[in-house]
Design a protein around this ligand. Structure first.
Ligand SMILES: Nc1ncnc2c1ncn2[C@@H]1O[C@H](COP(=O)(O)OP(=O)(O)OP(=O)(O)O)[C@@H](O)[C@H]1O
Ligand SMILES: [Mg+2]
Length: 352
């Protein structure tokens, strides 16, 4: 099912939780909505589900305007982070719930519902657990039951709001891989909310990065990581440093020192150089590179993190070097970037 979100706006008592949001979701695609707390991810998901209604704009399911349709009419399945299972029902009854509450004319027979529940429990790798009660399952198992329940109604679209948010990191990683495989087998159009950038990048065909009720960028994991459209996206996806620089006639200056970077077409004036810690390498020569004084060295499992204070200013750079590279790690150090992004200063202020 293709979904088109056209220029939507959602206000809660005049507060615009979403504005100017447009997005095309292709049939069979797994999309992640990624953004900080309060950026509007859940609101967008609830609007797609029909749990919330638009202030303006349209949502199309295929060619049909679904903006005013109910949850049932849209036939979506959803799983929320804290959408608890019905405690007094067995696992199988939980899974079959959406079918049992259908109007009689569309309701499968009892035996059919039982069979479907068993099939779905197998699909989510919990065969034979149908007779248990939710309290007798682990957290990860419960979330898989919730997913089986969402799938039972044969939804046209599957909506997941941080379904693994409450679980520990290892279980999350397992469920992530498992969900990707399940998606490949079933081919549901799926929208997945998360504020974990790794989860989004690893799972999704395309990632939608949101901030302040707006979409900042839509793209593959490679797009958003290697070509972030804004300073916000750069710093939200992965570790980052920002250094205040100055552009004059296409050259980039750090204070009054020209940096050895290709010419930019940014206009003259203040700018910010965004750098990832692992895209910086030690330079022999201070000319054209970024010199500083080492203020801290830390060891992580796979690397050595170095904090560099850049001449008398408040700017600091974090540099990630291979752990083996430990020589001369005190005093002065000059680094040069292998990759970087340069943004105008006013874009950076808008982002923060
Ligand atoms: N029912 C509501 N009434 C008033 N304001 C709301 C309501 N629901 C959401 N908001 C506001 O809309 C904004 C977006 O909220 P939303 O729940 O969509 O964020 P989110 O991206 O899902 O955040 P989180 O990661 O914390 O779940 C927030 O500022 C929130 O306070
Ligand atoms: Mg939310």
């Amino acid at each position: 099912m293709d979904i088109s979100i056209e220029n939507i706006r959602k206000e809660f008592e005049r507060f615009p939780a979403l504005h100017d949001v447009s997005l095309d979701i292709r049939s069979g695609e797994l999309i992640a909505l990624l953004g900080p707390s309060g950026s509007g991810k859940t609101t967008l998901l609830r609007l797609i589900a029909g749990l919330e209604f638009l202030t303006s704009g349209r949502i199309l399911f295929g060619n049909e305007d679904a903006s005013h349709k109910s949850v049932q009419e849209r036939n979506v399945g959803f799983v929320f982070q804290h959408y608890a299972l019905f405690k007094h029902m067995t696992v199988a009854d939980n899974v079959g719930f959406g079918l049992r509450v259908r109007p009689r004319s569309q309701r499968p027979s009892r035996a059919e519902i039982r069979r479907r529940a068993e099939e779905l429990l197998e699909l989510v790798q919990l065969p034979g657990l149908g007779k248990r009660f939710p309290a007798q399952l682990s957290g990860g198992q419960r979330q898989r039951v919730a997913l089986a329940r969402a799938l039972a109604i044969e939804p046209r679209v599957l909506l997941l709001d941080e379904p693994f948010g409450a679980l520990d990191a290892k279980v999350r990683r397992e469920l992530r891989r498992w969900l990707r495989e399940l998606h490949e087998r079933t081919g549901h159009t799926t929208v997945f909310v998360t504020h974990d950038q790794e989860e989004a990048m690893e799972l999704a065909d395309r990632v939608v990065v949101m901030s302040n009720g707006k979409i900042e960028q839509v793209g593959s994991a490679d797009d958003i990581y290697d070509a972030p459209a804004s300073p916000f996206v750069f710093s939200f996806i992965g570790a980052s440093n920002a250094l205040r620089v100055h552009v004059e006639a296409g050259r980039v200056y750090l204070d009054d020192r020209p940096l050895e970077l290709p010419r930019t077409n940014l206009p003259d004036g203040p700018a910010r150089l965004y750098l990832r810690p692992h895209d910086l390498e030690v330079s022999r020569d201070e000319a054209g590179s970024i010199p500083g004084v080492i203020s801290a060295v830390r060891r992580t499992s796979g690397a050595r993190l170095i904090e560099l204070e850049i001449g008398g200013r408040r700017d600091r750079l974090e540099i990630e070097l291979p752990a083996e590279q430990s020589h001369r790690l005190n005093g002065r150090l000059a680094v040069r970037p292998r990759k970087w992004q340069l943004y105008r200063d006013d874009e950076c202020r808008l982002a923060s």
